[in-house]
Design a protein around this ligand. Structure first.
Ligand SMILES: [Zn+2]
Ligand SMILES: [Zn+2]
Length: 153
């Protein structure tokens, strides 16, 4: 094992003025990462991707809403809707104050152009200050739309 990877051997080098140093460079890196994580993420606004658990910032990613059921899901990327839908779409509960954040909700399915009825699904892309909404008659059509590349097919 290379000596640089061993924290205990590093500590022996010490410091002549008696300060306690973190001898292991890996520990220092970890400490810095922890601090960035702590201050860089607002726990009230950041969320975990429903599918992969990755951090999704408030101005990033996708939010899916099932308005009738009051349920929602968060995705870091469009592609993660596909396995989530295939595995049975496990929604989370929406907060009481939760709103999709769109002023003009879509009236037709973005995939099959059918008029949206009760039980439709809303998908809102967060991109900076922008909220781009698409409606779907079902999770299946949201999945098929995502599979086809969404708006960028
Ligand atoms: Zn994800
Ligand atoms: Zn449809």
């Amino acid at each position: 094992m290379p000596a640089t990877l061993r924290c205990s051997s590093r500590r022996e080098s010490g410091s002549p003025d008696g300060r306690v140093l973190l001898g292991c460079p890996d520990n220092r890196l970890l400490a810095r990462l922890d601090r960035t994580t702590f201050f860089g993420i607002d726990p009230l606004n950041s969320e975990a991707c429903t599918w992969c658990g990755d951090h999704v910032g408030p101005d990033d990613g996708f939010r899916a809403y099932e308005l009738v059921g009051g349920r929602r899901a968060v995705f870091c990327r469009l592609e993660h809707i596909i396995p989530w839908a295939i595995q049975g779409s496990h929604w989370g509960a929406a907060g009481v104050s939760e709103s999709a954040g769109t002023e003009t909700p879509p009236s037709r399915c973005s995939h099959c152009v059918a008029q949206l009825g009760e039980g439709h699904v809303l998908l809102v892309r967060h991109r900076g200050a922008h909220r781009i909404a698409d409606g779907f008659c079902s999770v299946t059509h949201m999945r098929d739309w995502a599979k086809a590349g969404g708006r960028w097919r």
